[in-house]
Design a protein around this ligand. Structure first.
Ligand SMILES: Nc1ncnc2c1ncn2[C@@H]1O[C@H](COP(=O)(O)OP(=O)(O)OP(=O)(O)O)[C@@H](O)[C@H]1O
Ligand SMILES: O=P(O)(O)OC[C@H]1O[C@](O)(CO)[C@@H](O)[C@@H]1O
Ligand SMILES: [Mg+2]
Length: 958
């Protein structure tokens, strides 16, 4: 059978999940049936078995004969599971219904491929297809076809690691020979022999979030039946070795670590590891401690070291064997180094990942400092030179420049001659001052250089500002303050998800799989090749050394280049000759709809300044649709009146929840006509989504709406279809997280205390789930699941048990997060009362309600910078789509609103997986929205929820 599906090389992992002993045994049968692949092809590889989860891995190789066999299976699965396209899905994990597997098998039989017998009856199982972040990318065409709720595997007890979970990784030969009856024994026997030991270290400069990644690695390793080891003090710990530096960690050792700054397992800059002798010692110590896999969380230097260690490993082992420092048995067992990188550094200087753990926390500290400096600068009308960290990288300076609308930035990636930067900075600062700006902020990256590779220091900048421009100037060097403090929510979550993925990656890896680096692209955790990432990072540094700055920039991530272009455009707005010729200049309106969301002002500021740089005229519609209908509240935006908006919370142009139909859609069309708008940007949540949908559908009656229109989702509920991220959700998450940290501290200080925190978010449990993950909450209740009495009973019993066993240990405060719409009957207060009275005196519970505090104060770094990025993309979309509608606008005939070419010109701009995409609002409304519930049909954060529960050992009843 030949199948025309182009395959990529890589490992395809098929997982059969079974949720009862019976279905587990059935699953084993399936697995054995699947082993035909193993018999027939070297390209089909090992199975992993974890307490009811059987995983079969299929490797896809170039070998044509094997490929057609594998294609047969894939085709069978594809036909029956309904996943449309397999391309580019290497290293992603698919979960199938057993009945689908049966159908797939049948298609194998039909196509004449050999098979083994398998049982006819199967317990029904829920089916979905996930990518590594848990985004649902395929669902069965049979049962639960649109269900987004994966069945949760039985969560094993972790405590003491003597329970069922401690088993785990039997070899495929153990399994092949196992009958159903002897299976338990086979698992048992393989336990001790094969129980993996996973080491985690943090290295290089500490970064907020490193502790969260250690916690995730330790607990996931234990959950998966492995032993977890912390390598203390980075590579120094490997070089020194012994139990003082290589320590086994238990579940409880990392309690409360997700909120701690720095790294509690220590870090170092270890010179000895840079020498082969040091790495040789490291290898010996690792083997002596019995470490099978090493996860390194560090920056570009640490991962360069990891890459070198991996490439040298065979020769290091050979040398150790020859010198008699390890035995032949040790040599055989450890001859493949299983290593994985997680990027932890505030510098964000590693290629292939959008963000490194700690970078957004450092940026948060920088923004707060600059916001403070701004106030004093404004009072005295002073200039400030702010020096930020970033040894060879300007990411922190660039993003701080965007987020605070700084006047000028100096970064290593865009050097110019001394004369050039001095003149350019002077001209921009002078123009800003002439237009009435009382403050001047220049941000200098620590690694800033001229095109002759000479360092540019804060003092050099000070000299120009005070000497040449005569400004009263001060220097503020932020130093290590930037690396301190508790991680922001993004870093906690990133570190946690990457820690979990790192353990999955090392357990998945075979001697032939390249060492992975766990990266993030937009909203998606992905595995990249460690070697390739290090190589690319190094090539940027080499190009800078060779003064080939163009090349250096071309090798950087596209997002960095986009940020830089954005900064330059909005920074020179309204001062230079606009980019576009007069005939191409547009009138673009912006409106806020719904509740305030962090980043909404940044979006308006960036949209308006970017419009100015292009030559467009930006208009704000004040106070939403009702403001427009009642007061004709349209004003053009000018540069001087928007000073400071980039950093402000709330909504400067005012917002409310009224939709166009509620306000008077005819009147809105009249004003659109009157002002001759060529494009519209709507910022807001579900009401904004509904607004865009109404305007798009009214295009057949009102020609004024036949213009490109874009929604930038902005709501703390993060419930807008078409995106996994809404402006304001990060600000809100941080506000809630900080509140929870304080409450948790109180809970920890009082013996036997639980707090039930009530969260906002409408019918979306995103905020409660994300905050639960960020704070290590014991339980979260969300509207998508409701609160069943069985689940509540189980949670109370489990809390009581934990308090009973706690024996006065520290950091034992427990948090429960509940969405305010999780249950009609059980409010936070009611939950607290029920829990207290049912806890058998083991604990008492109190309710805590942060309310509108969750809208946040100043917008977070993520909301500010994404607001800029998205609003500029929105303006570009309006420019690009002009031609599509140009005839329709001046035509009185009805528009064929169903024509895709037209409908896609009214779109939601969203982050979906690893992409930023425009999706037609009509398509989203018709196919991806639960209109009554005001949520998307597919819940993108479901996997986060499962991880949050797993890391606190919570069992959830489905
Ligand atoms: N080329 C290399 N070979 C071997 N080891 C290396 C190499 N580069 C770095 N290391 C090891 O990694 C450690 C940390 O590296 P480095 O000081 O560059 O920090 P980093 O990981 O880049 O983090 P950050 O930049 O955030 O501080 C070094 O002290 C050294 O032990
Ligand atoms: O803390 P140390 O060892 O002085 O190193 C400072 C360096 O570390 C970083 O904070 C992270 O690499 C750099 O930005 C800075 O140059
Ligand atoms: Mg570094």
């Amino acid at each position: 059978m030949t199948v025309d599906i182009p395959l990529v090389n890589g490992t395809y992992s098929f997982t059969i999940k079974a949720y009862s002993k019976e279905s587990f045994n059935k699953a084993i049968e399936f697995y054995k049936a699947f082993l035909l692949l193993e018999h027939r092809s070297e390209s089909a590889t090992s199975a992993l078995l974890f307490n009811g989860v059987v995983s079969l891995k299929l490797e896809i190789h170039e070998d044509a004969s094997k490929q057609s066999e594998v294609n047969g299976v894939l085709e069978g699965l594809k036909a029956n599971v309904g996943v449309k396209d397999w391309r580019g899905m290497a290293n992603e994990s698919f979960v199938f219904n057993t009945s689908d597997i049966l159908l797939a098998k049948q298609s194998l039989i039909d196509s004449g491929l050999p098979y083994q017998s398998y049982p006819n009856e199967v317990s029904p199982m829920q089916v979905y297809t996930l990518d590594p972040l848990g985004n649902v990318i395929g669902v069965t065409s049979t049962k639960n076809a649109v269900s987004t709720k994966p069945t949760h595997p039985s969560i094993p007890e972790h405590e003491g690691r003597t329970t069922a979970l401690t088993s785990k990784v039997p070899s495929s030969s153990d399994l092949k020979n196992a009958t159903n009856e002897s299976f338990d024994k086979a698992v048992e026997a393989s336990n001790v022999k094969n129980q993996k030991a996973i080491g985690i270290m943090t290295s290089g400069g500490d970064a907020p979030g490193m502790n969260a990644s250690v916690r995730a690695v330790v607990r996931t390793a234990i959950y998966k039946g492995c032993r977890a080891y912390a390598i203390m003090e980075g590579y120094e710990g490997l070089v020194r070795g012994g139990p003082e530096y290589i320590k086994e960690f238990t579940w409880d050792d990392v309690r409360g670590w997700s909120s701690l700054g720095g790294t509690d397992i220590g870090t170092a800059r270890c010179m000895e590891f840079k020498e082969r002798k040091g790495r040789l010692k490291g290898a010996q110590h690792m083997i002596e401690a019995g470490i099978d896999a090493l996860i390194v969380c560090g920056g570009d230097g640490s991962l360069t070291g990891a890459d070198l260690y991996r490439s040298e490993w065979p020769s290091l082992l050979q040398e150790l064997l020859e010198e008699g420092r390890i035995s032949q048995e040790q040599y055989d067992r450890y001859k493949h180094l299983n290593i994985c990188g997680i990027v932890g550094s505030i510098d964000n200087d590693m290629s292939t990942t959008d963000a490194t753990i700690g970078a957004y926390s450092a940026l948060d500290r920088i923004l707060k400092a600059i916001d403070y400096v701004e106030a004093t600068a404004n009072s005295h009308s002073r200039a400030f030179v702010v020096e930020v960290m970033g040894r060879n990288c300007g990411w922190l300076a660039l993003l701080a420049g965007i987020s605070t609308s700084a006047d000028y930035i100096l970064i290593p990636e865009k050097p110019s001659s001394s004369r050039e930067w001095e003149e350019q900075m002077s001209s921009i600062v002078t123009k800003h001052r002439q237009r009435g700006k009382r403050t001047t902020i220049v941000i200098v990256a620590e690694g800033a250089i001229t095109s002759d590779l000479e360092p540019i220091t804060s003092k050099d900048v000070h000299k120009i500002l005070s000497g040449k421009l005569g400004l009263d100037t001060r220097i503020t060097t932020l130093g290590h303050v930037q690396r301190g403090g508790s991680p922001v929510a993004y870093d906690r979550i990133l570190a946690t998800l990457q820690g979990v993925e790192a353990v999955n990656a090392v357990l998945d890896s075979t001697p032939d799989t390249p060492s992975p680096l766990i990266a993030v692209n937009e909203n998606k955790i992905v595995r990249k090749s460690l070697v390739e990432s290090v190589k690319l990072t190094k090539s940027v540094a080499d190009a800078i050394k060779e003064k080939d700055f163009k090349k250096a920039m071309s090798l950087r991530d596209t997002e960095f280049i986009e940020h830089l272009n954005n900064f330059m455009a909005i920074n020179s707005a309204d001062h230079n000759e606009p980019d576009l010729p007069a005939g191409k200049r547009l009138k673009i309106a912006i409106v806020n709809v719904g509740a305030p969301a962090g980043g909404a002002n940044s979006a308006v500021y960036s949209m308006a300044t970017y419009c100015m740089s292009r030559g467009h005229k930006p208009y704000a519609i004040y106070n939403g649709w009702s403001g427009l209908c009642r007061h004709e509240s349209v004003r053009s935006l000018d540069w001087a009146s928007m000073l400071g908006w980039q950093s402000r919370g709330g909504s400067e142009i005012g917002t409310n929840r009224v939709t166009p139909e509620e306000a008077d859609i005819g009147m809105i069309a009249y004003y659109f006509q009157k002002y001759q708008f060529d494009g519209l940007i709507v910022i807001g949540g579900f009401e904004a989504f509904a607004s865009l949908n109404q305007l798009e559908r009214a295009r057949d009656s009102y020609a004024a709406f036949r213009i490109p229109m874009v929604l930038i989702p902005a709501t703390l509920s993060n419930n807008v279809p078409g995106t996994e991220y809404s402006l304001g959700s990060d600000t809100s998450l941080n506000a809630l997280m900080e509140y929870c940290d304080v409450i948790k501290q109180s809970a920890s200080s009082t013996r036997g205390r639980v707090f039930v925190v009530e969260c906002q978010g409408g019918n979306s449990g995103y905020l409660a789930t994300s905050a639960a993950l960020a704070c290590g909450a014991q339980v979260s209740y969300v509207p998508e699941e409701g609160i069943s009495l069985d689940q509540l009973t189980l949670d109370i019993e489990s809390l009581a048990k934990q308090f009973e066993k706690s024996e006065g240990r520290n950091r034992f405060g427990k948090l429960i997060l509940t969405s305010d719409k999780a249950s009609k009957a059980l409010s936070a207060e009611a939950l607290a009362e029920v829990m207290t009275s049912e806890s058998n005196g083991m604990f008492d519970a109190k309710a805590a309600i942060p309310g509108h505090v969750q809208q946040g104060g100043l917008p977070s770094a993520i909301d500010r910078t994404r607001a800029t990025r998205l609003s500029i993309k929105a303006v570009n979309f309006i420019e690009d789509q002009q031609d599509v509608l140009v005839d329709a606008r001046h035509d009185d005939d009805e528009l064929d609103v169903h024509d895709r070419k037209f409908s896609k010109t009214a779109a939601v701009l969203g982050v979906r997986g690893s992409h930023v995409l425009f999706t037609s609002v009509r398509k989203l409304w018709d196919t991806e929205t639960e209109i009554k519930k005001r949520t998307p049909k597919i819940i993108h954060w479901q996997a986060t929820r499962d991880i949050a529960d797993r890391l606190v050992d919570r069992k959830r009843i489905d």
